[in-house]
Ligand binder design. Structure first.
Ligand SMILES: NC(=O)c1ccc[n+]([C@@H]2O[C@H](COP(=O)([O-])OP(=O)(O)OC[C@H]3O[C@@H](n4cnc5c(N)ncnc54)[C@H](OP(=O)(O)O)[C@@H]3O)[C@@H](O)[C@H]2O)c1
Length: 400
């Protein structure tokens, strides 16, 4: 098949798709909403908003002010209210009945991505909610794929080396089925003890969600996507799109009080593992068209691989030492100290490093059209420089 045939093939697939999208007001969800409504011939999108639809529109007006009107005008989106942590997902019964007869695919980006919330909260927000959604989606008559966003952090208990695109068992050698039940909707989350082998409780909760979602026999086909840290968009909805609250690197820099030596040590020991949000959205939508199941990774391997040292050298090209020092002199919020202690910057050189396998999406690098992983005219180095300058302004404003 030549490339134009591939593009026609994957775009045509969307003419039949009725997608239930959760987390539509979030960073990744907003990008997916834009793509589904304006870049693909999607039949219909049910966009789930946790609060009122008015609140959701106000959020999009701040995150993608130039695009939201076109999304509203597309006539393809039905905005529905719901909360995955509530019984029946907080959905109106009539809406749920319509979705039962129409929805062909579910994309779950809803989450609480805080890395400092405790395990009980994280299980409720990141695991029980996902299982509740799967249970509801399993009653949909036409559903062909349930896509759930996990995170590469679920593998943080591994001792380094290659991370494969497969489900990993829990780190405990002796299975703890009772503890695992804590991930089911309505269960007591305190039944699962926190496990410090994961970098954060968020990672432990997300890992349990993976294991429960991929339990066999599965009621419907499931795909788990594990992105690395997500960064600003290359192009869509617009270059550098992405709320700072959802960009881990921005949050880390806003939280830490770093010295030049700290930066140097971090850069020397770690690759820059980040992937643009629109690339993550495209990777997901191509896998939806392909009906991929199981586990896929979405990391810098699909974009550009850079060492920390390369990124630091670009930072030093774009920002003078005086400016950099000014950023780290700014007062950090109280919660920041938790981060600083948690990450133990003094031991950064002892933390393991991973090689992330991405081969299940390798074929996507060849594809062009609206879901091309990287836009044709994109210059990654220029993008990095612009992004660093924006990041600098954000840091000076304290993320306001
Ligand atoms: N950001 C990253 O670097 C990163 C890296 C790896 C994996 N991921 C994963 O990728 C996915 C998307 O992350 P993101 O960066 O887009 O996060 P985000 O910007 O914080 O968005 C989270 C979304 O989830 C919604 N939500 C939270 N709890 C909900 C509930 N109980 N019911 C319904 N909706 C709920 C939020 O709604 P409100 O607007 O009402 O708050 C928001 O729309 C998540 O699964 C995350 O774990 C993210």
């Amino acid at each position: 098949m030549d490339d134009s045939a591939n593009v026609i093939d994957y775009t045509r697939n969307y003419e039949r798709q009725v997608v239930l999208l959760t987390g539509a007001t979030g960073s990744l969800g907003g990008c997916l909403l834009y793509k589904l409504a304006l870049r693909l011939p999607t039949k219909k999108i049910y966009a789930l908003c946790r609060r009122s639809i008015g609140d959701a529109i106000r959020k999009w007006e701040s995150t993608m002010p130039q695009q939201i009107e076109d999304i509203l005008d597309s006539g393809k989106v039905e905005f529905i209210t719901g909360d995955l942590s509530k019984p029946g997902l907080g959905l109106d019964t009539a809406v749920c009945e319509r979705m039962r007869n129409e929805v062909t695919a579910v994309i779950n980006t809803a989450a609480n991505i805080s890395l400092v919330q405790d395990l009980e909260e994280s299980l409720q927000n990141n695991c029980q909610t996902a299982i509740a959604l799967l249970q509801t989606a399993s009653t949909f008559k036409k559903v062909q794929l349930f896509i759930h966003f996990s995170s590469l952090a679920v593998n943080s208990f591994l001792s380094g080396g290659l991370v494969e695109e497969r489900l990993y068992p829990a780190p405990d050698e002796i299975p703890n089925p009772e503890g695992d039940l804590a991930g089911l909707p309505g269960a007591d989350p305190s039944k699962l003890p926190p496990d410090d082998r994961y970098t954060w409780p968020y990672a432990q909760a997300k890992h349990l969600a993976e294991r429960l979602l991929l339990r066999q026999p599965s009621p419907i086909p499931v795909l788990i996507i594990r992105p690395s840290a997500i960064g600003p968009a290359t192009a869509e909805p617009f270059p550098l799109y992405g709320p700072d609250s959802a960009i881990p690197i921005h949050q880390m820099l806003l939280s830490f009080t770093l010295t030049d030596q700290d930066l140097e040590r971090m850069a020397m020991h770690h690759d820059f593992e980040e992937v643009p949000v629109d690339l993550v959205a495209n990777c997901c939508l191509l896998h939806l068209a392909n009906r991929t199941t199981g586990v896929v990774h979405c990391s810098s391997e699909l974009y550009v691989t850079r060492t920390g040292a390369e990124v630091l050298s670009t930072v030093r090209d774009c920002i003078t030492p005086v400016e950099l020092a000014e950023v780290f002199r700014k007062q950090r919020a109280a919660a920041a100290f938790m981060w600083q202690n948690k990450y133990r910057l003094d031991q950064i050189d002892q933390t393991p490093t991973w090689t992330v396998e991405c081969k299940r999406s390798d074929y996507q690098k060849q594809l062009t059209g609206p879901l091309a992983l990287v836009p044709a005219q994109h210059g990654p180095q220029q993008h990095l420089r612009r992004r660093i300058r924006k990041m600098y302004r954000v840091m000076l404003d304290g993320g306001q």
